[in-house]
Design a protein around this ligand. Structure first.
Ligand SMILES: NC(=O)C1=CN([C@@H]2O[C@H](COP(=O)(O)OP(=O)(O)OC[C@H]3O[C@@H](n4cnc5c(N)ncnc54)[C@H](O)[C@@H]3O)[C@@H](O)[C@H]2O)C=CC1
Ligand SMILES: O=C(O)C1=N[C@H](C(=O)O)C[C@H](O)C1
Length: 264
């Protein structure tokens, strides 16, 4: 693979109105799909494809205005730092962000007030709506649990989406003054009750055949509500990714999630 798409595409042929885009993690499951989506978009131009072992400088040398990052939680902060330093907007799908990392990025951006960074745990429109619906429903149900189900090659657990969903639900419960979900478990094998994210149990399934799926289970006396979203194909993330690529130049600073880009 060449690390710069401009190697194959003479500069003279490029239209100045196109947004030049670089993809980090270009050989990965998501990166491959993003490369296709950018190539298929009339208003975008793929100028750099970077994967592990390639020079990150390629995205700057190729003139990328926006970088899309689907790499790994352990390398994404270095990538974002590089892009901010080089005045390149970032659309980040890579997971693993906590409040400390987000605060660090916001601090870096103070020196570059024109640069935009969006960190989105999930670009799927259905997944974003599921998070919103779960947040809305949370205050009406004493019990809530999150179950995420993914392909077995996923490196992190629980998923970034599940962690964000649990945090949003927990915040809604706190705002409504709800006590912790009832749970009389006195004896369990380690892990049986899932991870505790701000009081919300989060369970992670890894299963061949799956792509990315999530359920939020809500319970009250005599009834349950199950909210479920399924990404059967990584194409499901592309409308959200492309929207973010087109918007980020107009959104300086740090944005978490693409909800505001969707008018939510
Ligand atoms: N926000 C969203 O909607 C979605 C987020 N994700 C997240 O995106 C990330 C990537 O997921 P996948 O594509 O499934 O993983 P993957 O393992 O298939 O791809 C990651 C790619 O990044 C490359 N890479 C590693 N270090 C690099 C570096 N320093 N510079 C450039 N490239 C580097 C790897 O060689 C690999 O090709 C994960 O954190 C995953 O959770 C995945 C799907 C949707
Ligand atoms: O690794 C994945 O596949 C996915 N990662 C994201 C996450 O951790 O939430 C988004 C989606 O669930 C797919």
């Amino acid at each position: 693979m060449t690390s710069s798409a401009t190697d194959q595409q003479p500069t003279a042929d490029r239209d100045a109105a196109l947004i030049p885009v670089g993809v980090l993690g270009a050989r990965g499951r998501m990166g491959t799909e993003v490369v296709k989506a950018v190539n298929d978009a009339d208003d975008l131009e793929l100028v750099a494809m970077v994967d592990d072992g390639d020079w990150l400088f390629n995205v700057a040398d190729a003139g990328a205005q926006v970088v899309v990052d689907f790499t790994r939680p352990d390398v994404v902060m270095d990538n974002i730092r590089f892009c901010i330093d080089n005045n390149i907007h970032c659309v980040v799908g890579t997971t693993g962000f906590d409040d400390v990392k987000l605060a660090t990025i916001a601090e870096w951006l103070e020196a570059k007030p024109d640069v935009g960074v969006v960190i989105a745990p999930n670009f799927g429109i259905g997944a974003i709506l599921l998070m919103r619906f779960a947040q809305e429903a949370a205050r009406f149900f004493p019990s809530v649990e999150v179950v995420e189900l993914h392909h077995p090659n996923k490196v992190d657990a629980p998923s970034g989406t599940a962690v964000r969903t649990a945090r949003l639900v927990a915040a809604a419960r706190r705002a409504a003054g709800l006590p912790p979900s009832p749970d009389a478990t006195a004896d369990s094998l380690p892990g049986a009750r899932g991870a505790d994210v701000e009081g919300v149990p989060v369970h992670a399934v890894r299963l061949s055949g799956l792509v990315a799926h999530q359920e939020v289970l809500l319970g009250a006396a005599g009834e349950t509500l199950t909210l479920r979203h399924d990404s059967f194909d990584r194409a499901s993330f592309m409308p959200g990714v492309l929207l973010a690529v087109r918007e980020i130049g107009r959104r300086p600073g740090l944005t978490v999630g693409i909800e505001s880009f969707l008018g939510l």
